[in-house]
Design a protein around this ligand. Sequence first.
Ligand code: FCB
Length: 445
Amino acid sequence: MNFPPDFLWGAATSSYQVEGAVAEDGRAPSIWDTFTAERGIDSGAVACDHYHRWPADADLMAGLGMNAYRFSLAWPRIVPAGTGPVNPAGLAHYDRMIDGLLERGITPVPTLYHWDLPQALEDRGGWKSRETAEAFAAYTEVCLDAFGDRVPTWLTVNEPWVVSVLGYRLGLHAPGERDLRTSVLVAHHLLLAHGLAMGRIRERRPDARAGIPLSLYPTYPLSEADAEAAWGSDGYTNRWFLDPVLRGKYPADMVALFERLVGPLDFVRPGDLDVIGTRSDLLGVNYYTRRRVAAAPQDGLPWKVLRAEEGVPRTESGWEDVPGAFHDLLVRLHRDYGIPLLITENGGVWNAEPDATGRVRDTGRAHALRRHLLALSGAMDEGARVLGYLHWSLLDNLEWAEGYAQRFGLVHVDRATQERRVKDSARYYARVIAANAVVDLQEDE
Ligand code: FCB
């Protein structure tokens, strides 16, 4: 099958993971600068130096035939204190980059927020404060006024589940808190931020299309007896975000559960769900792996997420590599929500290093890419409307708290020299893009 002629083919990154240049041109610290310093872990201080090297990286993308690039705008570059004065040098950077992409035939797909909250806002409560959602709306206006004339597709808040759960319940991401109620509160404010931003996009750019990128995990019960537990876990990671955004209401089963666990959700104010449910044009789908769930309490929740199943292929970070679950997810999203989908992330860790000739044989990634694209095209055959596929990631970059040890890139980055090497997977991807169809792998791919 051929993909539609206007299908977006590209790759994704985010500002803190690739840019570096954290103290340049008026950028102020973000919560990830603080968090990585406090924990003494790898930081984005240099990352892939994409802040300076974006022209060469854009040349690489164009050379691979990509027609879209998902990147994120760094709030601490554009409005360094979170609210108040706009930093012209921050705007100028993205202004040049957007023009540079367009000159190369690459559609910019910016994400407004990919986790680098200005530290100044964190100091005033961060996402625990409703005011941060208002600040985000004001920052969104600045971005729209600066780039709206050239950006056809906007993404709002990346993966509110990951932010709220890893950042506020499990303490694994910035700002490193551990409290269930706080994480539900933060999720609400992130969703509110999304809804407010959607309203501003609608007002200022009625012609643009926009939506939220969610991390979605197809969830399967271990046995029939675990079906209710699996539905609960699905409610926790998937429906808690899908339903308010696409149906304007929180799922009743989860409201009941959260109220039992953490008390009244009194931070949800009248009218909030209308804002959060502002009509979206698309849903961003970030898919990596599935979840298997059993009915046993774990970490204060009434279900247990199981470890990877024996015998199932895994990426090198241990995630199950299961393209069939991607297919199931897309079909389900189409069936339950009927909205156009944009694959905003999909990929995995394969840590291949250059061989003596400089070739990077990341065979695992090339194979996974092909099988996920087949799953995607199968879901499209079954009716799912998919606007494009943006692979995570263009470059080996800072995998948040995991640091640089996990390589997700189509393009290898030498940490010492910043040298880029196009991996085998990227060459395969270029052939797919050229054919606009899922071509076979060659013998040595
Ligand atoms: C997602 C993030 C992205 C990247 C991938 C591997 O949760 O959105 O920044 O780290 O995981």
